[in-house]
Design a protein around this ligand. Structure first.
Ligand code: DAH
Length: 344
């Protein structure tokens, strides 16, 4: 008789062991069967009376093992049920707000470029882009800079290996040529883009940077028009009370040529450094498109005139944000870039 009782408890333990994880209803059924007030282990305690005295202790231990097995198993089944629930998407609140993602910021060069583009678009200029690997024609010859012209030395140009007729463009003025070759006036464009020069990298110079080119060709376009457009641009970028001056200069593709300065002031050390002690900042080169250039590009220079201008974007960004080393603009150090979060 007592063997049978031992057998029953062992069978029960085996049964508990083999229960597989299931639904929450199955879990509840397990709890009722093995841990509830009318569980299946309880009645077996009554069997104790029938066990020989020398085996009572063993029987008690076995019953206790059954009880603790049931409790342990319940916990295991519960945890497996919870993880199953999760993987099936139960208990997941799809309406809960998401975790905030860290927000990036625009690069200062992009911020300034966007402002420049915006200003000129409001004046009716459209934005065009063109290639960075150029032939000599677009980078030099059509811009009135023939092969033996000393102005070719004005910029140290990168030539393509094994192909000396192609260069990494050294100026966005190349886009003027593309536009005039492919369209008839009126032409009113700006063209932002990357340019390359064989410069030793330093705090003030880099071998790659960005420029914005501008071109306006139509009948009767005058130097006064250019001055007015550039004055308006300076007011928009640097503030209504900006003071500008045009200084005579030289570029092979414009005649007359000028450089435009804005008055920055000389109030502190930064101002002295930025303006090299003059108080004036040079912000762009400009001029009336040389009739030779119009002719090279198939535009009748008797009928049409135009003005052009070009500026470096990094320079404007450095001035605007008082950045004293151009290399910072190319390193993409997050600690530097994060400082422009509040700009747009
Ligand atoms: N391409 C000149 C440079 O890289 C800048 C420039 C000057 C562009 C005068 C122009 C211009 O269109 O008219 O230094």
């Amino acid at each position: 008789m007592s063997d049978l009782l031992f057998e029953q408890v062992r069978d029960l333990i085996k049964e508990i062991d083999t229960v597989q994880p299931g639904s929450s209803e199955e879990l509840e059924a397990f709890r009722v069967q093995f841990l509830g007030s009318k569980n299946r282990i309880k009645p077996l305690f009554a069997g104790m009376r029938e066990i020989e005295n020398n085996r009572k202790k063993d029987f008690g231990l076995l019953l206790n093992e059954a009880k603790s097995k049931a409790a342990e198993k319940y916990e295991i089944l519960q945890s497996q049920l919870v993880s199953k629930d999760k993987s099936e998407g139960h208990g997941l609140d799809l309406t809960a707000p998401g975790l905030p993602l860290p927000l990036g910021s625009r690069h200062p060069v992009s911020i300034v470029l966007n402002q420049i583009v915006d200003i000129f678009q409001r004046m009716g200029f459209s934005v065009v882009e063109n290639r960075e690997i150029e032939d000599e024609w677009h980078n030099f010859t059509a811009l009135n800079t023939p092969e033996d012209h000393p102005a070719r030395d004005m910029t140290d140009t990168y030539y393509i290996k094994n192909d000396l007729s192609h260069v990494l463009r050294s100026q966005t003025s190349t886009v003027q040529v593309h536009e005039m070759e492919s369209r008839k006036p009126p032409i009113r464009i700006i063209s932002p883009g990357r340019v390359y020069r064989n410069e030793t990298v330093s705090a003030r110079a880099h071998c790659q940077f960005h420029q914005v080119e501008g071109l306006y060709v139509d009948e009767g376009v005058s130097f006064a028009d250019m001055k007015q457009v550039l004055y308006h641009f300076a007011k928009e970028l640097y503030g209504e009370d900006v003071v500008i001056r045009l200084r005579p200069s030289y570029f092979p593709f414009t005649e007359p040529s000028a450089e435009m300065d804005v008055y920055w002031g000389l109030n502190n050390e930064d101002d002295y450094r930025l303006t090299k002690g003059t108080g004036w900042l040079e912000i762009l080169g400009c001029g009336m498109v040389d009739p030779n250039v119009l002719d090279f590009c198939g535009i009748d220079s008797e009928k049409y005139t135009g003005f052009a201008f070009g500026m470096g974007i990094e320079r404007q960004a450095m001035r605007k944000y008082k950045i004293n080393d151009i290399r910072l603009l190319f390193e993409n150090d997050i600690r530097f870039l994060e400082q422009f979060k509040s700009a747009f």
